[in-house]
Write a protein that binds this ligand. Sequence first.
Ligand SMILES: Cc1cc2nc3c(=O)[nH]c(=O)nc-3n(C[C@H](O)[C@H](O)[C@H](O)COP(=O)(O)OP(=O)(O)OC[C@H]3O[C@@H](n4cnc5c(N)ncnc54)[C@H](O)[C@@H]3O)c2cc1C
Length: 455
Amino acid sequence: MTDKKVDIVVIGAGLTGLTLAFYLEKAGKKVILLEKNERVGGVIHTEEEDGFVYEKGPNTGVISSEAIVQLFDDLKEKCELVTPKPQAKERWILKNGKWEPISSGLIQAITTPLFRWRDKVKILGEPWRKKGTNPDESLAELVKRRMGKSFLDYAVDPFISGIYAGDATKLITRYAMPKLYNLEQNYGSFVKGSIKKKKESKTALQKRVSREIFSAKGGLNKLISALEQSISDDAIFCGCQQIKVKKEELGFTTEFHSREGEQFRVSSSSVVTTFGGKGLLDILPFVQKKCLNPVANITYAKVVQVVLGYKKWNGKKINAFGGLVPSVEKRNILGVLFPGALFDGRNPEQGAILSVFVGGVKKPEMIEKSDDEIRSMVLDEISSTLESEDQPDLFKVFRYENAIPQYDITTKERYEAISQIENEFEGLFLSGNIKDGIGMADRVKQARELSDRLL
Ligand SMILES: Cc1cc2nc3c(=O)[nH]c(=O)nc-3n(C[C@H](O)[C@H](O)[C@H](O)COP(=O)(O)OP(=O)(O)OC[C@H]3O[C@@H](n4cnc5c(N)ncnc54)[C@H](O)[C@@H]3O)c2cc1C
């Protein structure tokens, strides 16, 4: 048994754990980062094969927090933030089998064929509508109330499929889309709030926060490698087994077996878990099961991600970020992204790479389908919506049982349970995408805030 003493043990080396360990070490803290898999990065995973560079997990993030801007600045020697090519910024929504461009501008909202005339008139009246009073209002209810049903069906529903692989009728706005909730609560309207927020004075860093999409040059793994290289070698343990945390009179002891089978015992004043709800009961045996249950029982969307690579693309011209499919269209895919149109170097010249999302909370059974069934289903959709009859040169299927946590009606209870546990066991922090948002920019923001608290 090897004994070690550090300031903080971080469990889980996805984007949250890596960012946290990076900032803690940068501030002079001694950290150990424990990861059960053989590699760091969690669901972020870029592969290169046969002239294609593709993502197995998230494809792009949004530059929606100061923390993500700062992180790329801090890692600029090792990785480069990239934003979409200007010609590929359009987003498409499928209506009656045809892709229609959608934009967040008011003029486009009025001229698009996506929404009914009745709702277009309703959108014009949005600034004068009364604000909601139900703090647990679902996203679907909020949008129907302020913008109308067709806006829910052809803007918000597909958008929620794209982000949460979720169901807008189940997601609670103040947890799932807190910025939207606050616009209504603080300014009385989305339109008025957006205009006023634009006029507020901002720091240089805040000015760089936007709705712009990002990746890293060469794929998101470059961000992960940059973080990994910036953390001390002896701080990261991959392939850890039998991790168990014990509460001591002062602080904690974390025991684990390394990949090589060596047994370690690490004492620390703080322990941070970053890996979500599943597995917490095993690792934190000193926390009562009934306290952890609301966290451990969180609902996740099951997602299948399918990557299709074409050395020569003969289908519809792909000059967009991607296309999302509203539930009312009753198709077999949630949406498709075009990473090769967004960023250089993702597919051979003349070729294309598509990332297709299938399943989600509305179709969890999709994850049970075989690769052959998924292939024929996805190629049917590609043929009918993107006019390509060709067989792909690259075909990959990735299944995620616990892809995206759902910030539904149980979120309040989960947040309360997390606070209660953290108050009872000083120095223990439950983080990761079980709270504070699921996007990569949210993960980095949470890690940054947590590192500030721990310092
Ligand atoms: C298919 C998919 C597509 C997505 N698309 C996008 C997108 O386009 N844009 C976006 O912003 N976000 C997207 N997301 C969400 C985003 O990628 C995640 O929220 C974020 O990367 C999660 O980072 P994390 O570090 O919190 O968790 P994870 O990446 O899940 O990392 C947790 C780590 O903990 C480890 N671990 C788990 N259990 C244990 C244990 N018991 N002991 C030790 N280690 C453990 C895991 O192996 C993992 O490495 C997507 C997610 C998925 C799954």
